[in-house]
Every structure is written in structure tokens, then in C-alpha cells.
Design a protein around this ligand. Structure first.
Ligand SMILES: [Zn+2]
Ligand SMILES: [Zn+2]
Length: 793
């Protein structure tokens, strides 16, 4: 580092790191150490990202502020994570502080410290003051600095080179709760009082060892008897660290299965890669129920045996209870599950458990990607095609892509698994960047379910129900008779799609966003699905005061009522985001369905995820076209993936499955090919569309959204930015817009969009240049940059 100046990333939406001077005798902090610094009139905790600048761009020396305090003497996280945060900030044009915040512990300012130990004093100068201070034992580096009156780093480096001292990193005990534990000793027991005898009895029946609070929970007065026993030497009471562990579900121990020949075939190269180490990316394309999880677990076992850590990413923890339970049963205490419902305290404890090596297998959603696992050997990204891996707020990263980068930095194997790989990953495999492996058959002897498409246009002409065709209704009825289960998919929550005035055609719209309000609770309330604006459904038109309001369309709530009305004996449940708002409700619903307490489960795409319900023999798709009408280049891909995945839920046990799709567009290729589960044909067809239209994966996208309270100024900003970009574009990328964003108003702000297509590197550089020229290097107010957007809506 140049002089005593460091670059610090502060946890604020600013686009650059800032330089600070480190005054003597303060230790020069390492990269990755946290420091307390003054920033814009406050004190903030930042992370050292490297050496700072001492001169401004115009060659004048900078006048720098001082670091107030060095919190960590050594980096708090493993070095590859620091590189990862730097890479993200550069790749996504995201504020460095926001990227670094992802890799830090979730709460509490606990420090890591560096401790120096004398190994030998043979070659030391006899009067070396550092050696003299170390003769009585290890000393913290900061203590040395205080005793010597200056930073000992340079001196320590020389001693370290000579092999005289070692510097070790210790992590300060963070804020774990302590618990008292009582233990029975093998001491002779003299005559005891009654209460003392009770305590001893309890302790014996607990196996001779128990936490004190549990021992005396119902009778607090026993605590004093326990203390007397301790004084007598009959019992020992000691303090232990108590971890706030989230309540886990009971583990259903499943015996390890013998791999099928297909599994054997894909495992060979995978295990070889895990064994030999080094960056090796794989795409595991396995159809639904082909046994991908077993493949993941075997790879994980191999990595653990090689002494390396394992990271397991899933799109959403609440929707994968089976996988979590299986992982806990298979790997036991070394698993840490990072659940989105963890309290801050639980999250903190898990972070430190992972950091200290107490957990070597980490399972979690998007943010688990940044778990501080040391020496990571394997990363699995399950259902890699899922949109949930993309974060839609700054930093706008894609967890799959960042996972591949982390594997590269760690020298690890990465496995991207899916039944319907994203076009990006499949194209990478086709280009030879990823090794492609496939599991083409189901593990069970049932094979794929039979699929039938119902033309909804015929349904309506025949004057039947808008929701259930006679075919689907009969299919559900027969499941009830056979005590089997059915899943009904409708990717639209709520009661009705909108509230319309029959007199003047006015549609209830959100006052904050340019979208119509969705009707909920049997028509009682209306809600905006973008900003959450909630109100009572109007009883009269606000425009013409007409009283004839009409509900149009229907959502999951109404499907439940329709099924109940047609089949009163059916026990029907619902699974969607409205349910997910209540803590634990999703897990409860899934458990009830799994236990057979429900016959039919109606839901949005949440029911299409990796569930494995052996009694489900029917999957009905109420309206297969929901996603196709959206102005998004991925709509066909999403529809294909959703339908293939949900169809894969049928017939996973020992009975064959049946799938019924209702659609207005029965000839659409996304539907047809999903029915045939023909991924290869879909890939060809969709790639052609993307090539023709200039969309990924052949071309990279970068989306800029300029927003503001007032439309005029925001539009002018967008205009100026587009103009600047156009001047840099020729031959490297195309600039589309500015145009009103598809969602033209959101949370009271007007939005204008500039879309770039072309080479990612060139677009990124151009955007950086234009925005720095316009706004400076620190803040880009009102501009959101999305590199590799998943959607451009
Ligand atoms: Zn009206
Ligand atoms: Zn809204």
C-alpha cells in the first residue's frame, strides 16, 4: 500500500471507494478489515479494499481524513470473497460498499485480531524490542503497536521472513449467548435434602448432563439446591456457548440409495473434478424426478472428505423443505441452513458458526452465496434457471453468474442443475464453456406423465365454466374417489384481475403506479402488486358515480372457491405470495398437503418448484397463457419452464401421472414443446427468436432506468444519457430509447428506459463514462443500472 493511505468502501449507495489516512501508531489495516471512518458528517463502518490514492486526478495532493478506528486487524472474510465483492462492483457497476456489505457478518461489530507468536529467537538481534515483548507469550499486534509507540508492521514482516514469528488471525468471540450447563460428577453423595435429591434425579434421567434452565424451568427454586450441590462437589456447573438455532423440522432419515446407471455416469466426471480441485463448471440437465439431489449429495460427500466446504443454493428455502430435511439427515450437524425467516440473532450465530468452521455445508437462497466458507470445494446451484436468483435491487446481481465466478476464484467445482436450463447456461454448455451432463430418465419406473391440452376457446363457446373444463373437473373428481391428490396451477394471485365500471369503462388503478389494481378477498379489497397499495374495493365508480362495477378475470382465490363449489367434499388449500406473508404458513401448507390432509392444492408458480408429493397424480394448469402476454423477451422461456416443471410434479410415486393444460393458444410452441418435454427443440426454436431479435444469450443487455417524481425532468435526463451513449456506441453496441418503461410509473415515480444491446464490456465502459461525466464519480441520482437484466419490464 502506498504510504499510510487506504481505500475504504462505505456501506452507502456511492459509486467509489474513498481514501483515508491511517495515523501512527494505528496499525495499517489489511484489505478486508473493517474501519470506522468519518463520512459526510457521520461515522460509518467501511471495509478496506486496498491502497488508497494520495493524489487527485489533477496531480494535487489530496487532503485526506483520518481513519478513526481500525476494528479488525486482519481480514474478517476469506480472501476469495473480497475478490468476489470487487468483481461484482465492477461487473454490475454497483457501489463497492453495497457489494462488500453482502460478505460481512449480518450484525454486531465484533472484531478479528492478529496475534504474534515467537517461534524462535535464534537469529534475532539481541536487543530487538519486538522479540523482547514476545518472550512471555503471544501478543496482539495492536498491543505491540501501543507498547512500541508506532506501527510494528514493517518490523514484523522482516521477522516473519526470517521465520522468527508467526502472525495468526483470531476471531474475537462474538455476541453468543452463554448458557449454564450442569454435569453430574463421580463424587460420593452424602445425605441430601429433598430438593437436592429431586435435582439429582432430574440430572440422572437427563443422562448426567443438562442445561440449567431446562433442569429448573418448572421449579425455579431448585436453582439454589443445584448451587449447593455444586459447592459440595457433586455437580459441576460450567458456561457454554448457546447457539440460537432455528427450529428445524424433524429429519426424515432416508437410507442412501444405490445410484442408477445414469447417476453413475454423471457422477464419474463430477467426483473426479471435486477430487482433483480447480475451477470446473458443469451443467447438469436432468429431467424432473431424475434424481439430481442424490448426485449433488454424493458430490458434497466427496468434497467434505477432501476437507473442503460445500455451498448449496436453492431458489427459495421455504419451498424446498424436503431438500433441506434430506440435507440435514445426510450431513447432520455440519449443515447450516440460511433461511430467510431467520431472526437477526440466528443469522449472526450461523454466520460465525460457518466462519469458524463449525458448519461446512451451507444451504440457502441467493444471499447464502456470500457465506464465509473457507476453502470452498463445491457449489451447487439447483434450479439454476429460476428468476429468483436475480436480485432486483442494487447490487443487481445474478446469483448463478456470481456463483460461477466464486467457484473460479475459489478453485472449486460448480454444478448448475435444472430440468429446464436457462438459455444462457445451455448456450455456455453448447459452446464448451461448461461440461454438459444429462439425466434423461426418471428414477421411478413411471416415466413422464400423459399430457392433454384443452382449448379454452371451445370451453367458452360451449358456455361452460371459465375456470374448470369438464375434462379437468372430472379428472379432479376421479382423484378424490381414488384418494389421490391434485395440483392446480394458476400463476395469478388474488380474487379477480381488475375492477371495471360497466357504465364508463373506468378501471381501478393504483395511484402510485401505472397498473390496474388486483381484487382480493372476494372483492372486498384491491391491492397493487407492485407497491402494495391497499384499499377497500370501491362500491361506486369514482369517475361517473355509476354503481355497476364488474370484476373481470380470476386469480387463485377464486379458483379455490370454484373447486369447492363444484366438489363440496374436496379439501382445498392455497399456496401463493399472499399466504407467504405469514411466517411459517408456507411450510405448514406444504406439510398438510404432504400428510394427505388436503386433496387439492391451488397455487401460483410456488407449487411448481421442487416438491415431491408421491400421491399427486394430476396436475391441472388453469390458464397456461398467463405469462405469454407479457411484453418481455423471456415470456416464452418462462412459460416453457413453468409448464415443464409443474407437469413434472405429476406421477412421482408408484402411480402414473396425468397433466391437463387449459389454453387459448394451444398451438404456441412453448406450450406444445413443454407438453412433449422436448427441451432440445425448444432451445433451437427460442435461440432463433433471440438471434433474430438481438436478445441474450447471443447479445448482452444493459438496461438503464431513469426515474423521477416529475416526468419532464426525468425524460430530459434520459434523453441526455442516451445521447451521450450514442456518441460512444458505433460498432460496439446499439442504444434503444429512451422510451417510457413498460411499467411507466412505479411508487409515484415516472420511469424512462434506455436499453443497450451489444458487447457487455463496451456497454459497461460507456455507461460508466457517460454517468461519471454527467453526475461525477460519487452518486448517480435517479439512475438504476442493470447489467444482464433478467427482464426489461
Ligand atoms: Zn364509471
Ligand atoms: Zn402501486
Amino acid at each position: 500500500m502506498s504510504g499510510r493511505v487506504v481505500a475504504v468502501a462505505v456501506p452507502l449507495p456511492v459509486q467509489s471507494a474513498f481514501s483515508y489516512r491511517v495515523p501512527e501508531p494505528m496499525l495499517l489495516p489489511e484489505r478486508g478489515a473493517r474501519v470506522l471512518v468519518p463520512f459526510a458528517g457521520r461515522r460509518v463502518i467501511g471495509v478496506v479494499t486496498g491502497a488508497g490514492e494520495t493524489r487527485a486526478r489533477d496531480e494535487k495532493p489530496l487532503s485526506l481524513k483520518n481513519v478513526i478506528e481500525v476494528i479488525d486487524e486482519a481480514s474478517l472474510v476469506p480472501p476469495p470473497l473480497l475478490d468476489l465483492a470487487d468483481w461484482m462492483s465492477d461487473h454490475y457497476l454497483a457501489p463497492p460498499g453495497e457489494c462488500h456489505r453482502l460478505i460481512l457478518p449480518p450484525a454486531g461489530v465484533r472484531a478479528s485480531r492478529a496475534v504474534v507468536r515467537l517461534v524462535s529467537s535464534a537469529d534475532a538481534a539481541p536487543d530487538d524490542p519486538v522479540v523482547a515483548l514476545l518472550r512471555d507469550g503471544a501478543v496482539r499486534v495492536s498491543t505491540l503497536a501501543a507498547r512500541l509507540g508506532r506501527d510494528p508492521s514493517a518490523r514484523l514482516d522482516r521477522l516473519r521472513e526470517k521465520g522468527l514469528v508467526v502472525i495468526e488471525q483470531e476471531l474475537d468471540r462474538p455476541g453468543f449467548k452463554q448458557v449454564q450447563v450442569a454435569e453430574l460428577l463421580d463424587a460420593p453423595v452424602a445425605s441430601l435434602g429433598r430438593a437436592q435429591a429431586v435435582v439429582l434425579d432430574r440430572l440422572r434421567s437427563a443422562g448426567g448432563r443438562a442445561p440449567v434452565p431446562e433442569l429448573v424451568r418448572d421449579r425455579p427454586h431448585l436453582r439454589s439446591s443445584l448451587q449447593r450441590l455444586a459447592a459440595l462437589g457433586v455437580v459441576r456447573i460450567s458456561e457454554e456457548r448457546s447457539e440460537r438455532r432455528p427450529e428445524g423440522m424433524p429429519s426424515a432419515m432416508k437410507p442412501t440409495v444405490v445410484p442408477t446407471s445414469d447417476q453413475e455416469r454423471v457422477l464419474r466426471p463430477l467426483l473426479e473434478a471435486v477430487e482433483s480441485g480447480g475451477f470446473r463448471p458443469f451443467l447438469l440437465h436432468g429431467i424432473t424426478a431424475s434424481g439430481k439431489t442424490e448426485v449433488y449429495f454424493r458430490c458434497a460427500e466427496r468434497a467434505l472428505r477432501a476437507g473442503r466446504g460445500v455451498l448449496f443454493l436453492v431458489p427459495e428455502i421455504a419451498l424446498t423443505p424436503l431438500l433441506i430435511r434430506a440435507a440435514e439427515a445426510r450431513f447432520g450437524a455440519t449443515v447450516s441452513v440460511l433461511h430467510s425467516e431467520l431472526s437477526l440473532g440466528e443469522r449472526h450465530d450461523q454466520w460465525w458458526r460457518i466462519r469458524e468452521g463449525g458448519a461446512r455445508v451451507v444451504v440457502g437462497a441467493r444471499s447464502a452465496l456470500f457465506a464465509p466458507i473457507e476453502d470452498l470445494g463445491l457449489i451447487v446451484v439447483d434450479e439454476e434457471h429460476e428468476g429468483a436468483y436475480k436480485q432486483d435491487e442494487s447490487p443487481r446481481y445474478h446469483a448463478r453468474d456470481v456463483a460461477v465466478m466464486r467457484a473460479r476464484l475459489e478453485g472449486a467445482t460448480v454444478v448448475l442443475g435444472s430440468a429446464t436450463p436457462s438459455l444462457e447456461s445451455h448456450a455456455n454448455a453448447a459452446a464448451g464453456k461448461y461440461a454438459r451432463l444429462s439425466l434423461p430418465a426418471r428414477v421411478s419406473p413411471q416415466g413422464l406423465p400423459a399430457v392433454e391440452i384443452v382449448d379454452r376457446r371451445e370451453m367458452l363457446k360451449a358456455g361452460g365454466s371459465e375456470v374448470l373444463s369438464p375434462l379437468l373437473l372430472e379428472a379432479i373428481r376421479s382423484r378424490l374417489q381414488r384418494r389421490e391428490q391434485a395440483l392446480l396451477l394458476l400463476n395469478r394471485r388474488g380474487w379477480a384481475v381488475s375492477l371495471l365500471c360497466r357504465e364508463c369503462g373506468h378501471q381501478a388503478a393504483c395511484p402510485n403506479c401505472s397498473v390496474s389494481l388486483t381484487v382480493h378477498r372476494r372483492g372486498e379489497t384491491t391491492e397493487c402488486h407492485y407497491c402494495g397499495y391497499l384499499s377497500r374495493a370501491a362500491s361506486a365508480c369514482p369517475l361517473c358515480k355509476g354503481e355497476y362495477l364488474r370484476l373481470t378475470g380470476y386469480g387463485t382465490e377464486q379458483v379455490v372457491e370454484v373447486v369447492k363449489a363444484a366438489l363440496p367434499e374436496a379439501r382445498v388449500g392455497r399456496l401463493d405470495r399472499d399466504l407467504a406473508r405469514r411466517r411459517g404458513a408456507v411450510a405448514k401448507m406444504l406439510a398438510a398437503f404432504e400428510a394427505g390432509q388436503l386433496d387439492v392444492l391451488v397455487g401460483t408458480q410456488m407449487i411448481a418448484k421442487g416438491h415431491d408429493f408421491p400421491s399427486v397424480t394430476l396436475v391441472g394448469v388453469i390458464d397456461a397463457d398467463v405469462g405469454l402476454g407479457l411484453p418481455d423477451f423471456r415470456s416464452a422461456e418462462r412459460t416453457f419452464q413453468l409448464l415443464t416443471q409443474v407437469a413434472g410434479r405429476a406421477g412421482r410415486g408408484d402411480r402414473p401421472g396425468e397433466v391437463i393444460l387449459q389454453s387459448h393458444l394451444p398451438d404456441h410452441y412453448a406450450l406444445r414443446l413443454a407438453c412433449e418435454q422436448d427441451y432440445a427443440a425448444f432451445f433451437e426454436r427460442e435461440m432463433e427468436f433471440r438471434r433474430t431479435m438481438g436478445y441474450p444469450p447471443g447479445t448482452a443487455l444493459l438496461n438503464l432506468v431513469v426515474r423521477g417524481r416529475q416526468a419532464g425532468p426525468a425524460a430530459r435526463e434520459a434523453d441526455a444519457i442516451a445521447k451521450g451513449l450514442r456518441s460512444l456506441a458505433p460498432g460496439r453496441f446499439r442504444v434503444l430509447g429512451p422510451a417510457s418503461a413498460p411499467l411507466a410509473r412505479l411508487r409515484q415515480e415516472h420511469r424512462f428506459q434506455v436499453l443497450l444491446k451489444g458487447s457487455r464490456g463496451a456497454m459497461r465502459e460507456a455507461v460508466r463514462r457517460v454517468l461519471v461525466e454527467r453526475y461525477g464519480a460519487v452518486r448517480w441520482p435517479g439512475v438504476a443500472v442493470d447489467v444482464d437484466p433478467v427482464s426489461v419490464m
